[in-house]
Design a protein around this ligand. Sequence first.
Ligand code: ZN
Length: 157
Amino acid sequence: MHCPFCRHGDSRVVDSRTADDGASIRRRRQCPACQRRFTTIETASLAVVKRSGVTEPFSREKIVNGVRKACQGRPVSEDDLALLAQRVEEALRATGSAELDAHEIGLAILGPLRDLDEVAYLRFASVYQAFESLEDFERAIGGLREDHASASTAGDG
Ligand SMILES: [Zn+2]
């Protein structure tokens, strides 16, 4: 890492801390030549392999755009969407893979979206999992009902 002030070819790390909820590491560095300090941010790259075989960098913006349509008319704010995209990114990074299928991204969206808004979840799942019949919806809704039932018995009192 070159010093941005004097272009010295080496620097010393004086402090490291994770930033952005673990998605990146912020390092405080000091140049041994001019003694000035500067900060670098390191982010592990996360790539998405699309169905066409094209690889592109992971983007939270794309997650938000992909989910926004399913959330139309629902009580979901831009902050909720940003938080959802963050949760998806954290889940994907936790897998330890540097490259992910578009399919895995869709799967990673389903859980947090379900927690956020069940109607939006059903809309998204119906497109993403290509629901073809009423039975597909019934199965998904049945899954939600079961969760409600176990939540209400557990939370009684
Ligand atoms: Zn320097």
